[in-house]
Ligand binder design. Structure first.
Ligand code: HEC
Length: 242
């Protein structure tokens, strides 16, 4: 019995730990992986605004083009820059030692970021930069305190100030942000943009997911069909017994 209780507690502990470590509130990313337009836009934004620093080292351009239904001409015009060829991995030219000198940290590869964080976390992160003159790049982030990344989308989003609150012990903490000067996009347009980027990164973390769902549907349809045949056969076989 004791063993049973311990096993049950062990199984439950990740949930308990997660509940206990409730950090800042995460907004729902509300992405739709079946919306190809959203994924295509996300890929374009990523290549233009993020790939200067971040790579997607497990993703090839031509795989992405095939999955997201992007033809070769569009691929070359909108996603391939410099020397990059369709068969290449989506790596960038930044040397790790330069990254360390510029940002004080290694720039993480983002192929799996929505899996080690979550799509909601990435979405909230991209919306949570605020002005902080004490930081090297003048910005900080609510969900990633003392972040080493400059806010690359600030001219689109605008300038945000921190909203202060108190933690459980009564110490002041940043609990949210407030837009004080709008950038080139309206808040709705900015939300849509970071939703597209989050959707694209979620796809990149598990490209097979879309295919699996499609296959799953066929399997279910097949099983449904089999059920009907089996049922009719059963009726036929037992007809004379009853
Ligand atoms: C100028 C370089 C630069 C650009 C451009 C940039 N980033 Fe970053 N990013 C960084 C650095 C450096 C870090 C690591 C921060 C740290 O560890 O303190 C980071 C961290 C992150 C993280 C957190 C990863 C983790 O540790 O879980 C995410 C998510 C992210 N970036 C997404 C993006 C997206 C999306 C874009 C494009 C809109 C982008 N970044 C553009 C430099 C950059």
């Amino acid at each position: 019995m004791r063993k049973l209780i311990i096993t049950a507690l062990l199984l439950l502990s990740p949930g308990i730990l997660l509940a206990a470590g409730a950090g800042p509130h995460l907004e729902k990313a509300d992405i739709d992986l079946h919306d190809q337009g959203s994924l295509q836009r996300g890929a374009k934004y990523f290549v233009n605004y993020c790939m200067g620093c971040h790579s997607l080292q497990y993703m090839r351009y031509n795989r992405l083009a095939k999955d997201l239904d992007i033809d070769e001409v569009t691929l070359r015009e909108t996603l391939l820059f410099g020397e990059a060829k369709p068969g290449d991995l989506m790596e960038n030219a930044m040397r790790p030692e330069d990254a360390l000198a510029w940002f004080g940290v290694a720039v993480p590869d983002l192929t799996l970021v929505t899996r080690w964080r979550s799509p909601d976390w990435v979405y909230t992160y991209l919306k949570s930069f605020y002005v902080d003159p004490t930081r090297p790049y003048g910005v900080n982030n609510v969900v990633f305190p003392a972040v080493g990344m400059p806010h690359g989308l600030s001219d689109l989003q605008g300038i945000q100030e921190p909203v202060m609150g108190h933690d459980a012990a009564g110490a002041p903490v940043v609990t949210g942000v407030r837009l004080v000067k709008q950038g080139r996009l309206s808040p709705q347009e900015y939300d849509a943009m970071v939703r597209d980027i989050t959707a694209f990164l979620t796809y990149a973390g598990e490209p097979i997911q879309l295919e699996r769902q499609r296959l799953g549907l066929y399997v279910l349809l097949f099983l449904g069909f089999l059920f009907i045949i089996a049922y009719l056969m059963k009726k036929e076989f037992w007809k004379d017994v009853h």
